[in-house]
Design a protein around this ligand. Structure first.
Ligand SMILES: [Cu+2]
Length: 330
């Protein structure tokens, strides 16, 4: 009997091994063990028992052969179909890196196509959060997300909707609701730059205006709106209600489709030199793209990360005087 059990158990294990999931293994193994156990404890007839075991063995053998045949016959085919289906849903991949000891996302602006799975690779020694800011519109943060990448790990999110996504790490920076801006925490390695990033998902967006206005409020070194979006051929007016002169200049270090067309630098006069309401500069954007600009009087360009960083004397420092214009093709 023990010899028989010795034969049956390995056979059942083999049978179990031919199964595809652990759960199935457990279920079948438990059921068969119980059944066999009852038979071993109460063997009324050795021959009947042996016949049952042989029958079980033949079932097992048949199952192994059938399973193997099925696996060989069509095992790879469904996998191929599956990967093809997945590929049609998520054709593209792209990545953002969190370097070690920097508290930064690089690249700062990532440009992707719709249906792109973006992976954030955290090469830092601490975990980081990755979440969209609170602002939402027809072109901004259309898909909100809140992710966490543990130290040395990665996390992904698939973008399906065209638009601009502004995200940050709320452990290294905070969202200032009054200004609708991300502000770096004091003491972060790249201060005054915040741990913030932008994903631009290219593609058509319905309902965009052909013109927009951005204002510099009196007494501040900021643009009221961080992100604007217009249709190709549209215009943006920058109106300066502050006393000081401010500037519109592209942040260099980027190439098409970011800062595709050269604009500025423009000087926008304030109320001191253009009384009583201040000056306005109007730019026509003939080329689609994402335009990343800053005020060269109140921010400097960080050459390593190609980002604007606030000057110490800027009124909202460490928040930089910067902005984005998304120009979408018709
Ligand atoms: Cu300025």
């Amino acid at each position: 009997m023990y010899i028989l059990v010795g034969v049956v158990i390995p056979a059942l294990l083999v049978r179990g091994g031919a199964r595809s999931t652990d759960l199935q293994n457990t279920v079948h193994w438990t059921a068969l063990s119980e059944e066999l156990g009852r038979e071993i404890v109460h063997p009324h007839d050795k021959e009947t028992f042996m016949a049952k075991v042989l029958l079980r063995l033949s079932y097992t053998l048949a199952a192994i052969l059938l399973g193997t045949t099925l696996l060989l016959a069509c095992g790879s085919s469904p996998n191929r179909e599956m990967s093809t289906t997945n590929a049609s849903i998520s054709l593209h991949t792209a990545s953002v890196t969190i370097p070690k000891d920097q508290d930064i996302f690089t690249p700062f602006i990532l440009t992707v196509q719709p249906n792109t799975m973006v992976t954030w690779q955290n090469n830092d020694t601490v975990s980081h959060t990755i979440m969209t800011t609170w602002d939402q519109s027809i072109y901004l943060n259309r898909q909100a997300f809140s992710l966490m990448a543990a130290a040395g790990q990665k996390v992904s999110f698939t973008f399906t909707k065209p638009g601009v996504y502004d995200y940050f790490d709320n452990t290294q920076a905070r969202w200032v609701d009054a200004n609708h801006r991300v502000k770096a925490n004091t003491g972060v390695p790249d201060y005054p730059m915040a741990m913030e990033g932008v994903i631009w998902v290219q593609g058509h967006i319905n309902g965009l205006p052909s013109s927009a206005t951005n204002t510099i409020p009196n007494g501040t070194d900021e643009f009221t709106t961080d992100f604007l979006a217009i249709t190709q051929g549209g215009r943006v007016s920058w109106h300066n209600r502050d006393t000081d002169t401010h500037y519109i200049a592209l942040v260099d270090g980027w190439s098409a489709p970011i800062n595709t067309m050269d604009i500025g630098p423009y000087q926008v006069e304030g109320t001191a030199t253009a009384p009583p309401t201040g000056g306005t500069t109007v730019t026509t954007f003939t080329t689609p793209g994402l335009y990343y600009y800053y005020c060269s009087a109140h921010a400097d360009i960080n050459g390593t990360w190609h980002r604007a960083q606030a000057r110490k004397d800027a009124s909202l420092a460490p928040i930089p005087m910067e902005g984005f214009v998304l120009v979408v093709g018709n």
